[in-house]
Design a protein around this ligand. Structure first.
Ligand code: ADP
Ligand code: MG
Length: 334
């Protein structure tokens, strides 16, 4: 069977299905942004891992090694942020093909270090090897959270508000600029979002500390895909008002000048690394204030959780087709 007949998420389900059930101190195993393991003092250990590979997740010719280091860290820190956790330490495994010199690797590590200092975490190990193919970076990150003070993908309730921590679509637009060779000064903010996405650790922590928030995820694969995970985990659906999604600086003007439609990027573009969460309407403003206070100044309510188990997106009365939902490593060929 071809991988594209299954898709990424079915494949993960299939390959992980026949393993023993985790013991009872594992509060969440496979399926959330982090695994959650209860510690003897009732706090929890959070563990997440992500793999980045040249030509798939980044193009080494188009990103500086320092930015690559930063971005590899953000991809992982974002999963800790999505649980409302506190990052603790990390491990780095790296496979280096011929042609990358020592100074290049130094620069990747200076990117790791910048984010490690910002997040207050330490490097505890990893693995180093040569590679016959592409530059590959895998980071495993450990984090902590207090008992009852972390958020999962599951828990969204019908009637909850859907909120996001910031603008969507900027990273996909930045990638488009890189791929098509559009000069940086046309829309610098879009390129920066792609190269140096935001770190929403503090936002996640603030949100995990207030009541009424029912579920959270980070937007790595596009809003529809990632909100889709919240919906599937909660047995609910969502209705999104596209006109309420915060717009990245530079995006409207960029799209106007090139006659492009930003909708797809906002709904399905990946790598914005903003958070998406659901909150009881009584706590809508409190959640927005908490996000704002943590530095997420464009946080907004963008829709509602519905009983019908589909995601619809609309601008005023116009309903947008949402079958292209987000990033899948093995997209169906149909
Ligand atoms: P994220 O995008 O937040 O990093 P993913 O969508 O990649 O999360 O993964 C979803 C879940 O599946 C996570 O719990 C992850 O640890 C798990 N997972 C992904 N790939 C594998 C694999 N090859 N083997 C076991 N578990 C996996
Ligand atoms: Mg995630």
């Amino acid at each position: 069977m071809k991988l594209s007949e299954l898709g990424e998420f079915e494949l993960i389900r299939r390959i992980t299905a026949n393993f023993p059930k985790p013991p009872e101190d594992v509060l969440e195993g496979i399926g959330d942004d982090c695994a959650v393991i209860r510690l003897p003092d009732d706090s929890v250990l959070l563990v997440t891992t992500d793999l980045l590979i040249d030509r798939k997740h980044f193009i080494s010719a188009l990103i500086s090694p320092r930015q690559l280091g930063r971005k590899s860290m953000i991809v992982n820190l974002s999963d800790i942020a999505a649980m409302g956790g506190f990052a603790h330490s990390f491990f780095v495994s790296i496979a280096i093909p011929p042609g990358f010199d020592v100074e290049y690797i130094d620069e990747i590590y200076s990117g790791f270090r910048e984010l490690a200092v910002t997040a207050g975490i330490v490097l505890l190990g990893g693995d180093t090897t040569g590679s016959e193919t592409d530059l590959t970076i895998s980071i495993t990150l450990l984090g902590r959270a207090e008992k009852g003070k972390f958020l999962l993908r599951k828990g969204a309730q019908v009637g909850d508000c859907v909120q996001v921590s910031g603008p969507l679509g900027g990273s996909a637009a930045g990638l488009y600029m890189l791929r098509t060779g559009i000069p940086r000064d046309i829309a610098p903010a879009l390129l920066s979002t792609h190269e140096e996405p935001p770190l929403r650790l503090a936002t996640g922590q603030m949100l995990a500390g207030i009541s009424g928030i029912t579920a959270m995820i980070d937007i790595s694969d596009g809003l529809l895909q990632d909100l889709g995970h919240i919906c599937r985990a909660g047995g609910v659906g969502a209705s999104i008002d596209i006109s309420r999604i915060p717009l990245p600086v530079d995006l409207p003007e960029f799209c106007r000048s090139l006659d492009l439609d930003p909708t797809d990027w906002m709904l399905s573009g990946g790598e914005d690394y903003e958070l998406c969460w659901t909150v009881h309407p009584d706590h809508e403003q409190e959640a927005l204030r908490a996000a704002f206070d943590s530095g997420a100044h464009q946080a907004a309510t963008i829709g509602q959780i519905t009983a019908e188990q589909t995601i619809t997106a609309h601008i005023k009365e116009r309903r947008i087709q949402t079958d292209r939902i987000g990033y899948d490593h093995f997209p169906r060929s149909s």
